[in-house]
Structures are given as structure tokens and as C-alpha cells.
Design a protein around this ligand. Structure first.
Ligand SMILES: NC(=O)c1ccc[n+]([C@@H]2O[C@H](COP(=O)([O-])OP(=O)(O)OC[C@H]3O[C@@H](n4cnc5c(N)ncnc54)[C@H](O)[C@@H]3O)[C@@H](O)[C@H]2O)c1
Length: 356
């Protein structure tokens, strides 16, 4: 497979999340954002100016961007129903592809994209940032050193609420998330849920059975959340996990991004680890805590801004492209996490547990 030194990237989709993708490309001296594509080219121009880009190619035509020989890698940051066609076109054009999660609307579409990337031999990864969030990386390093013994269970809590400090979310970004034909599933259990299932997979491996209750709550602005939801999973070896999603409409959070917080607790044979913050903060809690042998240790020396998960994900990927390291996530891994997520929604629809 092709390896790279200087990496020239084209962004396909310059919406809300592109700001966080840009950070590492702008700070790596051997990377450059050379092209932007959005159906709203004025937005792409706005981003180019904000990021201080030097005369990038700007277009609303995906094919025009993919035709350019100066684009090595594309970041696909589109609504989910556009992931499959954009990824297939980029693969056919021979570009390295980084495709935002969830990789497609369905596992069937994901199979098609993974097969196309394998056949073309182009570098392909599914973008996932939560496993690169510094508190998550710290917890994983502690677990890998044996700090809690063998992990037995994982509990993940997702808690959207309100925030006076959240970033602005364009109406368009909320609108496509409410159309299942464009989003592929619910905004919390399927879309954001991808990250939570990625965390479960990262710490515990792939689940073998899922049971989910997913209900719905309409917020004051009309946005329908797929919450409260309670999703339980069983991993091989008599190990378990759950994801609890609650929309607390009057819960005030501090955040610079989405008005939501996430917490994780992993219990092992001799200790427990807590990851106490995600998108936002509930007061001044230590980001990571470990209990074992009668003592509680707090770990505070790490970056906790949520943007760091994007920075580290991109930093690792640029290194992987240059040094031929394994991708995180590979297409096959992204597909497995999509299968986990889709199976949870299927379980809620069927009203029974479903084997993966
Ligand atoms: N990793 C994370 O934590 C995270 C967070 C938010 C969003 N995301 C993912 O990022 C992707 C984009 O989400 P967003 O919140 O930025 O959405 P958004 O709606 O803000 O941005 C999407 C952009 O795509 C453009 N677009 C739509 N169709 C297009 C087409 N055919 N050709 C060119 N441009 C087109 C829109 O004009 C818009 O600017 C989604 O896959 C989403 O799940 C990931």
C-alpha cells in the first residue's frame, strides 16, 4: 500500500464538525488542507478564511475535487446517506479515505465500501475519535498494565442536557439527523451511539448479544431524541456492559461543543476505573479515577478538551499513513461497530435480545 510523507488533504463537507478535523492538519508542518468541497461553497470559503488556508481549491462538485492530483487524502464529513456514494467515488479515484462514523446507513452498504477499498488497495479508515480522547487513552493504558485485573463489565452513560457555553449547531445539521433515510438511525443510540459502542468494543471486544429499550422524547425546539434508552450487551467470557442514554432537558452542563456529557465505569477482577467526563463537564471531577487495594487514585495531568480526541485521532492516522501502521479504525472494525449499533436498534424494534 502507498505510504506518504507530505499529506495533502481535501475536506468533503465543511459543516459543524469540520472545525475539529482541521486542527491537526493545520498544525502538522507536513500536512496541508488543499481543497474543500461543500454543496454550500460559501460555507467552504468561510471555513478556508477562518482556518487561514492559502488559496485552497473550493468547489461544490465532488468529482472536481476527486479529479485533482494534488489531493492525497480525503476526509468525508457528510450526512450519513452520502457516506457510501462519496466513499465509493473517492476509492475509485484512488484517494486515501478517512470516512466519518457511522461509515454507512447499513452493514450491507458498509460491506460494499470495505470490499471496494480492499479491491482498489487504497488506504481506508473509519474516523473514530472517542478512543483517542486523552482520559480514554489513560484508562486504556492503566487497564493494559493490569490496574483493575481482568475487565468484567463496562457501564457507559450518555447525558445530553443544556449549556450556555455550547457551540452553535446549524439548523441543517439537526434536520438531516431527524430523517432516518439520511441518518440511518436515532441521533443518540445510532449516530452518537457509534462512539459509545466503539468504547465498549475498545475496552471489552465485540459483543455477542444485545438487548435494548429505546424510547423517544421531544425537546422544546421539536428535536426528537431517542432517549431514555437502556442498552445491555454481553461479551464472550461471561462479561457484560450497558449504555444508558438520558436526555435531561434542564440539566445545565459546561461545554464548548455539544451540550452533553459521557461517563464510563469499568469494573475488573481487582479494581474499578472511572472516566468522569466527555463532551462536557459536570463540575470539577478528576477526568480519570482508579480504585484498587483500598485506595482511590485520581489522574488529572491530561488534556480534557473534547477537541483533543480529534487531534489525536488525526495525528495517529497521519503517522499510520506515513509509517504503514495499522489504521484505527480499519474498515472492518468500523463495520463491526456499525453492526453492534444497528443490532441494538433492531433489538429495541423486536422487543427482545438479538445475537450479533
Ligand atoms: N466524531 C464525532 O464526534 C462527530 C461529531 C459530529 C458529527 N460527526 C459526523 O460528521 C459528519 C458530518 O456531521 P456535521 O455535524 O458536520 O454535519 P453538518 O450538517 O454540519 O455538515 C455536513 C456538510 O455537508 C454538506 N453537504 C451535504 N450534502 C453534500 C453533498 N452532496 N456534497 C457536498 N456537500 C454536502 C452540507 O452542506 C454541510 O455543510 C457526520 O458523519 C457525523 O456523524 C462526528
Amino acid at each position: 500500500m502507498k505510504t506518504f510523507d507530505k499529506i495533502r488533504v481535501g475536506f468533503i463537507g465543511t459543516g459543524r464538525i469540520s472545525d475539529l478535523h482541521a486542527i491537526e492538519y493545520l498544525s502538522d508542518p507536513k500536512a496541508e488542507i488543499v481543497a474543500l468541497c461543500d454543496m454550500n461553497p460559501a460555507l467552504a470559503r468561510e471555513r478556508a478564511a477562518k482556518w487561514g488556508l492559502d488559496n485552497p481549491f473550493i468547489t461544490d462538485d465532488l468529482a472536481a475535487l476527486l479529479m485533482r492530483p494534488d489531493v492525497d487524502l480525503v476526509e468525508i464529513l457528510l450526512p450519513h446517506h452520502m457516506h457510501r456514494p462519496a466513499a465509493l467515488a473517492a476509492i475509485a479515484a484512488g484517494k486515501a479515505v478517512s470516512l466519518q462514523k457511522p461509515m454507512c446507513l447499513s452493514v450491507m452498504e458498509a460491506d460494499e465500501v470495505v470490499d471496494a477499498a480492499n479491491q482498489a488497495g487504497v488506504p481506508f479508515r473509519v474516523f473514530e475519535n472517542f478512543i483517542f480522547y486523552p482520559p480514554v487513552m489513560k484508562a486504556k493504558a492503566l487497564i493494559d498494565e493490569g490496574a483493575i485485573g481482568e475487565p468484567l463489565t463496562i457501564r457507559i452513560k450518555s447525558n445530553p442536557g443544556q449549556s450556555k457555553t455550547a457551540w452553535a449547531i446549524p439548523a441543517g445539521a439537526s434536520a438531516w439527523r431527524q430523517q432516518v433515510t439520511q441518518s440511518g438511525g436515532g441521533p443518540l443510540a445510532f449516530d452518537d451511539g457509534h462512539h459509545k459502542f466503539a468504547l465498549a468494543w475498545h475496552f471489552m471486544g465485540q459483543a455477542e448479544e444485545v438487548h435494548a429499550w429505546i424510547s423517544h422524547t421531544t425537546a422544546d425546539d421539536g428535536f426528537v431524541f431517542d432517549a431514555p434508552a437502556m442498552i445491555s450487551f454481553r461479551f464472550p467470557g461471561n462479561r457484560y456492559g450497558n449504555l444508558e442514554i438520558v436526555y435531561s432537558k434542564d440539566l445545565l452542563l459546561e461545554t464548548r461543543h455539544y451540550p452533553q456529557d459521557d461517563r464510563v465505569e469499568i469494573t475488573g477482577t481487582k479494581g474499578i476505573i472511572w472516566i468522569n467526563q466527555g463532551h462536557g463537564k459536570l463540575g470539577e471531577t478528576p477526568p480519570v479515577q482508579l480504585y484498587r487495594d483500598g485506595a482511590l487514585t485520581s489522574y488529572t495531568l491530561m488534556d480534557t478538551g473534547w477537541e483533543w480526541s480529534f487531534i489525536h485521532s488525526t495525528r495517529y492516522h497521519l503517522k499510520a499513513l506515513r509509517e504503514g501502521l495499522p489504521f484505527k479504525l480499519t474498515g472492518a472494525e468500523g463495520r463491526e461497530i456499525l453492526r453492534f449499533t444497528s443490532t441494538a436498534e433492531e433489538s429495541a424494534r423486536l422487543g427482545r435480545s438479538v445475537k450479533l
